[in-house]
Design a protein around this ligand. Structure first.
Ligand code: FE
Ligand code: FE
Ligand code: FE
Length: 165
């Protein structure tokens, strides 16, 4: 008989998706930080790398609350988003448009995460996993805050530099 597919299975699959994605992001952020030209963008990306490490630990706690082993599941979306960021790093290296491009790449990552955590938080609530919902909401707030900070960096520094060139 086929295993039952329900909100439980969706929650577990999506948790594995974002667990895989966060670990990829933790590897990608230092590369992006090293590439960034402005010290502001560099430090924003470095700070978010540290937050990401905490987010991975939070996900491990969510797996535990859910009563399942923490494991990742291949996420082609984050691989594609990160690949596009690497293309920008490559193709805009040494140009005044690099930081604007890096911000856009980093925001694509944050938006994927916001989509995932927004859903997971609601599903955790539906499943009665109150503590898990709280952990997921904490991370969701960090992703929103990072996205806003990146918008500010784009508006105040990166986009003007790219345009002026
Ligand atoms: Fe994250
Ligand atoms: Fe995915
Ligand atoms: Fe993030």
């Amino acid at each position: 008989m086929m295993a039952e597919k329900n909100l439980d299975s969706l929650f577990y699959d999506t948790l594995k998706d974002i667990y895989y994605a966060e670990r990829k992001i933790a590897k990608a952020l230092p590369k992006m930080a090293r590439g960034a030209q402005s010290s502001e963008l560099k430090s924003a990306l470095e700070k978010h790398k540290e937050e990401t490490e905490m987010q991975i630990e939070r996900l491990q706690q969510v797996f535990e609350i859910f009563g399942k082993r923490a494991q990742g599941k291949n996420c082609p979306a984050i691989e594609g988003i990160i690949e596009e960021g690497e293309e920008i790093l490559d193709e805009f290296k040494g140009t005044p448009a690099l930081d604007a491009g890096l911000v856009s790449a980093a925001q694509a990552v944050e938006h994927y995460e916001i989509a995932r955590y927004g859903t997971l938080k609601r599903w955790a609530e539906m499943l009665g996993l109150k503590d898990a919902a709280q952990l997921l909401d904490k991370t969701l707030s960090e992703e929103y805050a990072t996205d806003e900070k990146l918008t500010k960096l784009a508006d105040q520094i990166a986009n003007q530099k790219a345009k002026a060139a």
